[in-house]
Write a protein that binds this ligand. Structure first.
Ligand SMILES: [Fe+2]
Ligand SMILES: [Fe+2]
Length: 311
């Protein structure tokens, strides 16, 4: 038998290191889940009435803010738009979470069922289940319709969530989680906003922090260990996801439903420097991270720039 060399030991350590690391991180996330998890059905007052004179989303984060159209709108119409946009973002959140639940189920299908990593993924699926119910209830409470994404993207995601690779899945997860999270961090402390919306966004921010950690750590590992074709594909699919995300972010039907011209509103949002700044600030933490682990190289960067999320 050939003797075990220093090099063999080192190689073994390198191979086991990421797995041990993965288990330790999952254990910490399980701890945090045990301490800070909420039951929105009990935690929030769903029988409360809508408060007069309060926003449903901070005005600066409403798509038309500071455009010529916004300046022509009455304060009441602006607030109404914030009500519809909050419902539109909640609908987008549910769409993302349902996709994510399927990706997580696929991710753990071949992994050891007693590992912390799998236990944590199951915990996260349970979190997302509660979130989607909470967002659905918030839309009903606000009294607007729900706002599904356009059919073509709904169907495109049907394919993606079925065939997506592991790094592609985690990159898309972060895209869905981090930008909405940035907005929600500004929403829950804002006293101008409806108490119920503040409660919903606070629960979501607390529980999402660990999802972001889980997805980041896994993606960082994958961008080192995945085969080259998979890393290239991740850059491409993530760039495409950024484009779809920015197109779907607010459903244009919200403008019609507050009595505005849809085409004029969409054109003004597109031309708005304030809006571009909001979207890029929201994406900054994410694009810095993607840049750091090599997701934004080559074609990936061009697609991100085109999406308007990267300056
Ligand atoms: Fe969530
Ligand atoms: Fe999440």
């Amino acid at each position: 038998m050939t003797p075990v060399t220093e090099l063999d030991v080192q190689l073994l350590r390198d191979a086991l290191g990421p797995l041990r690391d993965r288990e330790q991180i999952a254990e910490r996330l399980l701890d945090s889940s045990a301490k800070h998890s909420f039951d929105p059905d009990k935690e929030l007052d769903w029988d409360s009435a809508i408060e007069d004179g309060k926003w449903f989303w901070p005005p600066e984060l409403v798509s038309l803010y500071d455009t010529p159209l916004w300046r022509r709108m009455s304060e009441e119409q602006r607030m109404d738009l914030s009500r519809h946009e909050a419902a539109s973002l909640a609908s987008l959140g549910i769409w993302f979470e349902i996709i994510l639940m399927q990706l997580l189920v696929r991710h753990i299908y071949d992994r050891p069922v007693t590992s912390n990593h799998v236990r944590y993924a199951l915990t996260e699926i349970a979190d997302e289940c509660r979130h989607s119910m909470m967002f659905g209830r918030m839309i009903t409470w606000g009294g607007t319709p729900d706002y599904p994404v356009p059919r073509v993207y709904h169907n495109l995601a049907r394919v993606l969530k079925t065939v997506s690779t592991t790094p592609g899945s985690f990159a898309a997860t972060l895209l869905g989680e981090e930008i909405l999270d940035w907005m929600q961090r500004l929403t829950f402390p804002d006293e101008r906003v409806q108490t119920l919306v503040r409660g919903v966004t606070r629960i979501h921010v607390v529980e999402e922090a660990r999802h972001v950690r889980y997805a980041r750590e896994e993606l960082r590992r994958q961008m080192v260990t995945a085969p080259r074709w998979e890393r290239e594909l991740t850059r491409l699919s993530c760039g495409e996801a950024a484009r779809v995300f920015s197109v779907c972010f607010v459903n244009p039907r919200v403008y019609e439903n507050v009595g505005l011209d849809r085409h004029e509103a969409v054109a003004q949002v597109k031309a708005s420097g304030h809006r571009a700044e909001v979207m890029q600030s929201g994406a900054k933490r994410l694009t810095d991270f993607f840049d750091d682990i090599g997701v934004l190289n080559g074609v990936g960067r061009r697609l991100w720039k085109r999406s308007g999320l990267l300056a």
